[in-house]
Design a protein around this ligand. Structure first.
Ligand code: Z5A
Length: 209
């Protein structure tokens, strides 16, 4: 039985990383084998260039950055498929949806062009969009110095996520203004439903888009 591929998405400070860790811990306690993967993966060759770009140590054209974010996923796609085939569930902390939303909103790139470079990647079985209001995000502390960390930009990113990328068949929009525990309690049954469904239907991993 293959593992399920689940993606957590949202604007900055929506709590993806916190929830991915909580979910992995809970699933492991229930006997499941789980890995959490984060994009961008800043350890790879492309990831190092992206880290320099995000931290403002390097400048690059928005299209080049988009292609690098996309390549950062492609260079791990085979490993991701092999992991799923071993029966490991994978929780993705950002994925191709971030790739499109940030490039389109922040660098004003054409959405279809942005989507094209992600086409063919392993498709998540479910996407959980953690929907945090700007007020709740602001209450979580100041932004650091990384590129894209500003409230107006994040509002534009949120609009692209919800108006252009939302897919009723695959996405759950989860209100994420509450406490860590409240958000976890909303996510957990949705995630368990996917994991349990996978135990009964061994469907192949789909592809974007
Ligand atoms: N980017 C892109 O342009 N193209 C791409 O293809 C990809 C990404 C994949 C870096 O991403 C940037 O790359 C990102 C998008 C762009 N730019 N922005 N913005 P990253 O993944 O390295 O970093 P990030 O996602 O922006 O930030 P983050 O730190 O990972 O945020 P988070 O995971 O959503 O939140 P968190 O770490 O779980 O929590 C943030 C803080 O809030 C922390 O202090 C928590 O303790 C607190 N927190 C979390 N949940 C709660 C609740 N429920 N209540 C109160 N406080 C909370």
């Amino acid at each position: 039985m293959r593992g399920v591929l689940l993606a957590l998405e949202g604007v900055d400070r929506c709590g993806k990383t916190t929830q991915a860790a909580r979910l992995a811990e809970t699933l492991r306690q229930r006997g499941h084998t789980v890995e959490t993967w984060r994009f961008p993966d800043r350890t790879t060759a492309t990831g190092k260039l992206l880290d320099a770009y995000l931290s403002r140590a390097a400048e690059m054209d928005g299209r080049v950055a988009h292609l690098l974010f996309s390549a950062n996923r492609w260079e791990k796609a085979d490993q991701l498929l092999r992991t799923l085939q071993r029966g490991v569930h994978v929780l993705l902390d950002r994925y191709a949806y971030s790739g499109v939303a940030f490039s389109a909103a922040v660098n004003q790139l054409d959405i279809d062009w942005c989507r094209a470079t992600e086409r063919g990647l392993p498709a998540p079985d479910r996407v959980f969009y953690l929907d945090v209001s700007p007020a709740a995000a602001a209450a979580r502390g100041g932004y650091g110095g990384e590129r894209y960390e500003s409230v107006p930009l994040q509002e534009q990113v949120r609009r692209v996520f919800l108006e252009h990328l939302y897919d009723a068949g695959r996405w759950h929009v989860v209100p994420a203004d509450g406490s860590v525990e409240q958000v976890h309690q909303q996510l957990l049954p949705l995630v368990l439903e996917c994991v349990e469904a996978a135990e009964h239907h061994n469907t192949p991993v789909g592809t974007l888009w």
